[in-house]
Design a protein around this ligand. Structure first.
Ligand code: NI
Length: 402
């Protein structure tokens, strides 16, 4: 049972062509000029005015319903691709070496365009829909850049919604959960500054390698001894660099890694304890230490009201048995989190299937996101677009007080 909108099903071939064109021409963070132009031209051809240049290459389509004095909501898609060599050899494979739509943002754009085309032709909702096409989701914070350029002040809205495809969830299924759904993402670099010496005369130097090892061990105790056991967090040291050869104690040792949490409180605790442990070890052994801690993306936290609403929309679209309404959160990160810090809203996963949709000629390997043989599943186009349309129609049909 899936209640797709028939007119969308009728033009799904065109959506597929749009999606494959975007796939063939991937553009990296803040370079989405062709993508942005393509989207703007399509929106304008359907009678939707476009405001460009938010967050450099980002744009907002302004879709007015039958009563423009009504409330407004935002629907968001991301446009950027990844610096990855595509392994697929099908006709719509990337024409740009080393760049690839390996996260399905081509599909996210096409699904939102499908909804835009339907809604522009029907406009039987009382309010305004802002179609948000954001750049630079992959690590550069394009969502934050659009907010800084006035996304929510120039386009006041009462709620904002986002959607991402998810390989491994069956086609026709959705997953969502109230509260934290994706983690905060944070990078750190710890530099231990000792004093180099001959390796046979360590008493004449201060060995930064030994101190770095002490710090690395100590950092894991934050997770087991400082944060509450029921709070979730990851701290991974992913690189340790020091030295050049066997008989020299180096001057310096550098460690880098990532911290992931579901709340800012736990993040604050971890960052503060990391600084204390690093400084304490350096003091104990007579070295100096620098801790550079960069907060990249905050946790993505779905708001309870909008999430309950979205869950209802999904259940009536595909049936309750195909909606995982309390899905397990992931420690991955997503910059839609910035928008959910500013506005109520909800982010959902749409199942991309197990990869069997890919045409012959694709590369080896599983169909995970960020894999060189990934491809967005075109079967989702009418489903995702229908979800957006139903969300809009149901949102503005809600009873309102005052
Ligand atoms: Ni993505």
């Amino acid at each position: 049972m899936t209640n797709l909108y028939e007119p969308i099903v009728a033009f799904q071939g065109e959506l597929k062509a749009i999606r494959r064109d975007l796939h063939a021409h991937p553009e990296l963070c803040f370079e989405e000029h062709r993508t942005s132009d393509t989207i703007a031209r399509l929106l304008e051809s359907w009678g939707i005015p476009v405001v460009r240049g938010l967050g450099k290459t980002g744009l907002v389509g302004v879709l007015e319903g039958k009563d423009t004095n009504g409330p407004a909501i935002g629907l968001r898609a991301d446009m950027d691709a990844l610096p990855l060599q595509e392994l697929n050899s099908f006709a719509h494979a990337s024409v740009h070496p080393g760049k690839m739509h390996a996260c399905g943002h081509d599909g996210h754009c096409a699904m939102l365009l499908g909804a835009a085309r339907y809604l522009a032709a029907h406009r039987d909702f009382s309010g305004t829909v802002y179609l948000i096409f954001q750049p630079a989701e992959e690590g550069e914070g394009g969502g934050r850049a659009m907010i800084e350029d006035g996304l929510f002040t120039r386009f006041p809205m009462e709620a904002v919604f986002g959607m991402h495809n998810w390989p491994g969830i069956p086609v026709g299924h959705f997953a969502v959960t109230p509260g934290p759904m994706m983690a905060s993402s944070n990078d750190f670099r710890i530099t231990v500054k000792g004093k180099g010496s001959h390796a046979a005369l360590p008493h004449l130097g201060t060995d930064p390698v030994m101190i770095a090892v002490q710090i690395a061990q100590g950092l894991q105790t934050i997770l087991t001894r400082n944060k509450k056991p029921i709070d979730t967090a990851v701290l991974s040291i992913t690189q340790i660099h020091a030295g050049t050869t066997t008989n020299i104690v180096p001057d310096e040792a550098v460690m880098v890694g990532t911290v992931r949490t579901f709340t800012i409180e736990v993040l604050d605790l971890i960052e503060s304890r990391m600084r204390d442990i690093a400084q304490g070890a350096a003091l104990a052994y007579g070295a100096q230490v620098e801790v550079d801690f960069q907060r990249k993306y905050p946790p993505l936290v779905n708001h309870p009201g909008p999430t309950k609403f979205v869950t209802g929309v999904l259940q009536s679209l595909v049936g309750a048995e195909r909606v995982d309404a309390q899905t397990e959160p992931t420690m991955g990160a997503e910059d839609f989190a910035f928008m959910l810090q500013e506005k109520p809203g909800c982010y959902v996963f749409i199942g991309n299937g197990d990869g069997a949709h890919r045409e012959a000629g694709h590369g080896l390997g599983p169909c995970t996101l960020h894999n060189g043989s990934y491809d967005f599943n075109d079967e989702l186009l009418p489903l995702g677009a229908s979800f957006w349309v139903k969300l809009v129609n149901d949102w503005f049909a809600q009873p309102r007080s005052g």
